[in-house]
Design a binder for this molecule. Structure first.
Ligand code: NAP
Length: 486
């Protein structure tokens, strides 16, 4: 069992109180590196969610002033930074990523609160310069209502920070459904909201447990104005359908299938360096990590060789060990998906460049311990599962292209549209790709993903809505217009 001063209760937090599930049910949270049961967390459902919605509605009866909301945001950022080591440790133990990555994620999360605090003035009312129809026109940004925030396990603090910061900035109280694999980091955040921020009761409510029942309560309650979801495209589509009954606003941050394009004129060492940082963060379990590496044919062999040297040097292990570069996959399903992508690729003609042959990797017997060796394969093509699906693991599939047109066609050959990367020294070509790649995030000569200061989100089946940047501040407001006769 985990012991932490930031986990006072393995439960929910509703209307300013820690609580167990109504029926007393719990679910286990397992350390994917060791199999240890870290906690038995309250398994809540529809009843607890309805109470949380009522608490949130009561809290919102009076909209706090901008100055108050800014202070909350600043205090949350400060509390996160002050407690980054302990939150990073909890995160490492329930997710499996190295502790230092956990700490970096806490910094990233704090950045969203800091950014929203610094830019909250954008939500002040504004008056149009023009006076059409003999009126003075006011535009007001009002809190949309109670919001439901549903988040995945792959960034246990980062993903909620994006949503909660914008919700509080807008003046919206929230019901938060954490991922069942990683609810402990969220409990730690709520301990900070209670102790260090003293956020008044009802403004943030935590309901861990049965996803379907919690989501249904959020979708059917008239007080819930927005549901912001980050997770799989499959569940996102289900939410779209269910949201129709009340025309509920949904914001969806869904899966990706990122191309990483390297031209012969690129700085190859930089492209390799950036790929290592991009691909192996969180053991490759990120929505923005490179999923298909497209390399110009004339440099493909040399690129694979340099990449293999770096990949073979990665040390796999328990994230609490300082020497660990890459932790386990979160569970058996995650491990089996990567194993399938490798087996399928090799069966269809790909070659192993680094890592393990598929037949040396047995099926995973237990739910935990999915240490998948970082692996590189070349000769990948569009018939393979690793081309068409998000692998979500440390498999690097390399395909070759002949020219610009071929690279663009191959990169865009996916229903997803989240992140993409291009490495070239040719600025005019880069510009053509920034325009031609059907992805929201198009990075040139860098493997960096999102940052609090810039808008981020999906196109195509990667979803809609934006988080981060000024655009992200408007996710949870109703834009109202008031013409005043003069
Ligand atoms: P997931 O299975 O869709 O789960 C995400 C969240 O939704 C969890 O809290 C889950 O609860 C809940 N959920 C499950 N079934 C639900 C249902 N029927 N109705 C409502 N909520 C439901 O996704 P995941 O495996 O946790 O996360 C990985 C996916 O997230 C990947 O596809 C990744 O690309 C995507 N992602 C996207 C972004 C982005 O910014 N676009 C960022 C990070 C991750 P339980 O945990 O209780 O099942």
């Amino acid at each position: 069992m985990i012991s932490s001063h930031l986990i006072p209760v393995a439960g929910g937090y509703i209307d300013g109180h820690w609580c167990a599930a109504d029926g007393g049910q719990t679910f286990p949270v397992i350390n994917p590196a060791t199999g240890d049961v870290l906690a038995q967390v309250a398994r809540m459902g529809g009843g607890e969610t309805l109470r949380a919605i009522s608490a949130a509605s009561r809290a919102m009866a009076n909209t706090p002033a901008v100055a108050q909301r800014r202070e909350w945001l600043e205090n949350i950022a400060a509390a996160l930074i002050k407690n980054r080591d302990e939150i990073g440790r909890i995160l490492c133990m329930e997710h499996g990523k190295p502790w230092r990555e956990g700490k970096a994620e806490v910094d990233y999360a704090a950045g969203f609160f800091t950014y929203c605090a610094a830019n909250i003035e954008h939500l002040n009312p504004r008056v149009l310069a023009e006076h059409p129809r003999d009126c003075e026109w006011w535009v007001l940004y009002r809190p949309a209502g109670v919001v439901g925030l549903i988040v995945p396990w792959n960034f246990p603090i980062g993903m909620i920070a994006k949503k909660l910061s914008a919700a509080l900035a807008a003046g919206c109280a929230s019901i938060i459904k954490p991922a069942s694999k990683t609810p402990l980091t969220m409990i730690a955040l709520f301990a900070l909201l209670e102790r260090e921020v003293q956020l008044p009761a009802g403004w943030a409510n935590l309901v861990p447990g049965s996803a379907g029942a919690i989501a249904d309560a959020l979708l059917t309650h008239p007080d819930v104005a927005v549901i912001s979801f980050t997770g799989s495209t499959e569940v996102g589509k289900e939410l779209i359908i269910k949201s129709a009954a009340q025309v509920k606003r949904v914001a969806l941050e869904l899966g990706g299938n990122a191309p990483y394009i390297v031209f012969a004129d690129a700085d190859m060492d930089k492209a390799v360096d950036q790929l290592m940082a991009n691909k192996f963060r969180g053991s490759g379990q990120t929505c923005v990590c490179a999923n298909r590496i497209l390399v110009e044919r004339s440099i493909a062999a040399e690129f694979s060789k340099r990449l293999a040297i770096r990949v073979n040097a990665l040390r796999m292990g328990n994230g609490l060990d300082d020497a660990t570069d890459i932790g386990p996959l979160v569970d058996r399903a995650g491990y089996e998906k990567v194993r399938h992508h490798l087996t399928d690729g090799l069966a269809k003609g790909a070659q192993l460049v680094a890592g393990a042959m598929a037949d040396t990797l047995p099926p995973l017997e237990k739910e935990w311990g999915g240490f998948f060796p970082p692996t590189v394969i070349s000769g990948v093509n569009r018939t393979m599962a690793c081309w068409n699906e998000e692998t979500f693991g440390p498999l690097v599939p390399i395909a070759e292209f002949d020219d610009e047109n071929d690279a663009l066609l191959k990169a865009n050959d996916t229903e997803y549209g989240l992140a993409s990367y291009i490495f070239t020294q040719d600025a005019a070509r880069a510009q053509r790709f920034v325009e031609g790649l059907h992805f929201q995030h198009v990075a040139w000569n860098t493997g960096t993903g999102p940052t609090p200061e810039a808008p981020f989100g999906g196109m195509k089946q990667s979803g809609y809505g934006r988080e981060g940047g000024i655009e992200g501040l408007f996710e949870f407001v109703n834009v109202k217009t008031s013409p005043v006769g003069i």
